[in-house]
Design a protein around this ligand. Structure first.
Ligand SMILES: Cc1cc2nc3c(=O)[nH]c(=O)nc-3n(C[C@H](O)[C@H](O)[C@H](O)COP(=O)(O)OP(=O)(O)OC[C@H]3O[C@@H](n4cnc5c(N)ncnc54)[C@H](O)[C@@H]3O)c2cc1C
Length: 556
C-alpha cells in the first residue's frame, strides 16, 4: 500500500507504539482480518528494557501464538526458537535467583533463594529487545498491518469522537482515521497524555526509581568469592539474578550466558526506594559505584564491568491511569501503568492484555460495534494486575531489610508465578484438544481477573495478607519474624499446593522440581488435591508432557 493510499484508508484499529505490545497486537489483528495501522515514532534499532522472561510469560506467548494463528510469536517462547528464528543475541533464563546482602558485610551464604525452571519446559530466553521488537514489527508487517516507523510517524495529535471514531496526526503531518485506537506507547503514550488519564500522583503503595544500562565485563556471580560458597541447584549466571538489600535491588540479566550467544553484554539495573534514596543529582555511574562501595560482594562482580551504552536514569517509576478503557480507546498494559521491574511481570502483563483485547477487537471489527462496554473486562484485568503487583512489590521492598521476611514474601510471588504458568498451560492444553475459543472466554467469567485460581478464597487473599503483614512491619506494630511466620503459616494451610514442593518450608530455599518431587506431586494430584487445583495440575502436566514429546519429535 502506498503512503497516499494508506492515508485514505480508514483503519479499523490504529495501534500506537512499536515496542513489544504494539507490534504483537497489530500482528494478531491483521492476521485475523482487521484493517490495522501501527505507528512507531522512532527508527530501529531502539534500545528497550523488558528483557527477562519467565516461564509464565512464555506460556502466555504460546497461547497468543496458537489462539490467534501467529506462530512467529511462539519463536519467542524458547531459547532455541529465538536463536534460530529471531536473534543470536538473546541469553538464556534457567532460573530466577535472589541473593540477599547487608551493607558493609560479607554476604551470608544461607541468605539466597532460587526458583529453577522445570526441566519439562524448554529453557526460555532473555530477550535482547532491540532484535525482538524488530522481529515483531516485521511479523506485523508481513501479517498485513500497515506499519509506519521513524520520527515522522510520531503521533502528535489525536481526536476521538465516541460516535465517529479516531483521527491521528503524525509529526510528518499525515492524518489517519480509525474506528478504534490502542495506545501502546508506554509511559508517554499519547492517548493517555491527551485525555489526561494519568493519576497524579500515582496512588501505588510502592515508590521506586531506577538506573540501568548494558555492561560488558560483568563477572558471573558464581565465580565470585561469595558465589562459590553457594549451594543453589542452578548457576546464578544461567538466569536473572536479583541482588536484594534494604532499600532496593539490582538486576543482572546476561545475554552472554550460553555458548551460541553472539552477545557480550549483560543488562544491569539498580532500583531504589525513591523515598529513602532520593536522587541527589549524581551521575548514574557515580551512584552505582557508591552502591558497590557499600556491598563488598557486589563490588567483586562488577570490578571489570563497563557500560556498553549510556545509563538511563528515571524519576519515580510508578504511574497509573484513572481509566484504561474508554470510548474508542484502550491503553495497553505498560501504557496503562507500571509498578516495578521486580519479578519480571511487565511482558507477561502485556501478553495477558493482548490476549484479552485482541479477541474483543476482532469481534468488534466483525460486528461493526465498538461500544465501550465490550472492553470492560480489559479494564478490570489491567487494574487487577496492577494492584496485585503493587501489593507484592511493596511487600518485597519492606522485606528486603530482613532475609527471614524476604524468604517468606518471595514465596507469595513463587506461588503466583508457578500457579499462573500452570493455569495458562492448562488452558493451552485444553485449547489444543478442543480448538474451542470458549476455553479462554470461560476463564474471563470471574470476580478475580488474572487469578490462576479464581475459585480459591485462600489463594486470592494471600497477596493482600502478605501486603498487610508488611505494612504492619513498616508501621512498627509487627516484627519481621512475626510477619514471616504469618506468611509461612498461610502458605502451610494452602490446600492447593502439593506439599512435596516445599513452598511452606522456610529451610527449603530452592524451588527445584526434581523428577522425584514431580512424581510425589502427581501422586498428590491423584489422591488428595481439591477439585479446582487437581484439574488444573492434571491438565497442565499432561499438556507440558505432550509439548515436550512434540518438541523431541519435531525435526531439526
Ligand atoms: C526499568 C524497567 C525494566 C523492566 N524489566 C522488565 C523485565 O525484565 N521483564 C519484563 O517482563 N518486563 C520488564 N519491564 C516492563 C517492560 O519493559 C514492558 O512491559 C514492555 O516493554 C512492554 O512494552 P510496550 O510495548 O507496552 O512499551 P514500550 O516497550 O515502552 O514501547 C513503547 C513504544 O511506543 C513508542 N511511542 C511512544 N510514544 C509514541 C508516539 N507518540 N507515537 C508513536 N510511537 C510512540 C516508543 O518509541 C516505544 O517504541 C521493565 C520496565 C522498566 C521500566
Amino acid at each position: 500500500m502506498t503512503g497516499k493510499d494508506s492515508a485514505r484508508t480508514r483503519y479499523e484499529v490504529a495501534v500506537i507504539g512499536g515496542g513489544f505490545a504494539g507490534p504483537l497486537l497489530a500482528a494478531v489483528l491483521a492476521r485475523n482480518g482487521v484493517r490495522t495501522l501501527l505507528v512507531e515514532g522512532e527508527e530501529a534499532p531502539r534500545f528497550a528494557v523488558g528483557e527477562s522472561m519467565v516461564p509464565y510469560t512464555a506460556a502466555l506467548a504460546r497461547v497468543v501464538a496458537r489462539r490467534y494463528g501467529v506462530p512467529e510469536v511462539e519463536h519467542l517462547t524458547s531459547l532455541e526458537g529465538v536463536r534460530r528464528e529471531v536473534s543470536s543475541r538473546c541469553g538464556v533464563l534457567r532460573n530466577m535467583g535472589f541473593v540477599h546482602h547487608r551493607p558493609h558485610l560479607r554476604q551470608h551464604p544461607g541468605e539466597i533463594y532460587q526458583v529453577v525452571n522445570p526441566s519439562v519446559v524448554p529453557p526460555v530466553p532473555h530477550l535482547f529487545r532491540e532484535d525482538v521488537d524488530a522481529h515483531l514489527l516485521g511479523v506485523a508487517r508481513r501479517r498485513g498491518a500497515d506499519v509506519r516507523t521513524g520520527s515522522g510517524a510520531r503521533v502528535e495529535g489525536i481526536r476521538i469522537d465516541p460516535d465517529t471514531g479516531v483521527s491521528l496526526r503524525t509529526a510528518a503531518g499525515e492524518e489517519f482515521t480509525a474506528e478504534y485506537v490502542v495506545d501502546a506507547g508506554g509511559r508517554h503514550g499519547p492517548v493517555a497524555q491527551e485525555l489526561g488519564l494519568r493519576e497524579e500522583p500515582a496512588p501505588a503503595r510502592h515508590h521506586s526509581r531506577t538506573l540501568f544500562t548494558h555492561m560488558t565485563g560483568v563477572t558471573p556471580y558464581d565465580a565470585t568469592v561469595a558465589g562459590r560458597l553457594h549451594d543453589q541447584p542452578s548457576p546464578w549466571h544461567q538466569g536473572t539474578l536479583h541482588h536484594v538489600f534494604d532499600g532496593g535491588w539490582l538486576w543482572v540479566i546476561p545475554f552472554d550466558n550460553h555458548p551460541r550467544s553472539t552477545n557480550s553484554v549483560c543488562s544491569v539495573g539498580l532500583t531504589l526506594d525513591a523515598r529513602r534514596h532520593p536522587a541527589r543529582g549524581l551521575a548514574p555511574q557515580e551512584e552505582f559505584d557508591r552502591l558497590l562501595a557499600r556491598f563488598p560482594d557486589l563490588a567483586e562482580q562488577f570490578r571489570h564491568a563497563a557500560p556498553a551504552r549510556p545509563w538511563t536514569a528515571t524519576g519515580r517509576l510508578q504511574y497509573s491511569s484513572k481509566r484504561v478503557v474508554g470510548d474508542r480507546y484502550c491503553l495497553a498494559s505498560h501504557t496503562a501503568g507500571f509498578v516495578d521491574p521486580l519479578y519480571s511481570r511487565g511482558l507477561a502483563h502485556s501478553l495477558e492484555v493482548v490476549n484479552a483485547l485482541a479477541r474483543r477487537l476482532i469481534d468488534a471489527a466483525h460486528d461493526g460495534d465498538w461500544s465501550t462496554g465490550r472492553f470492560q473486562y480489559v479494564e478490570d484485568l489491567q487494574q487487577a494486575l496492577f494492584d496485585a503487583h503493587d501489593d507484592l512489590v511493596y511487600a518485597s521492598f519492606v522485606s528486603f531489610r530482613d532475609f527471614e521476611l524476604f524468604n517468606a514474601v518471595v514465596r507469595t510471588w513463587t506461588v503466583s508465578t508457578v500457579l499462573g504458568a500452570l493455569a495458562v498451560e492448562n488452558a493451552c492444553a485444553a485449547y489444543g484438544r478442543s480448538g474451542d475459543d470458549a476455553v479462554f472466554r470461560d476463564l474471563e467469567q470471574t470476580r478475580h481477573p488474572g487469578s490462576p485460581l479464581p475459585g480459591s478464597a485462600h489463594y486470592n487473599s494471600l497477596g493482600p495478607l502478605t501486603r498487610t503483614l508488611c505494612e504492619e512491619v513498616e508501621a512498627g506494630t509487627r516484627t519481621p519474624k512475626e510477619a514471616a511466620d504469618g506468611i509461612f503459616d498461610a502458605i502451610g494451610r494452602a490446600d492447593y499446593l502439593p506439599p512435596s514442593l516445599g513452598l511452606g518450608d522456610p529451610d527449603d530455599r530452592f524451588f527445584h522440581n526434581t523428577p522425584a518431587r514431580i512424581a510425589r506431586a502427581a501422586r498428590w494430584v491423584r489422591t488428595d488435591a481439591p477439585d479446582e487445583i487437581g484439574a488444573l495440575l492434571k491438565g497442565a502436566m499432561g499438556g507440558l508432557i505432550r509439548e515436550r514429546l512434540r518438541g523431541v519429535r519435531r525435526p531439526g
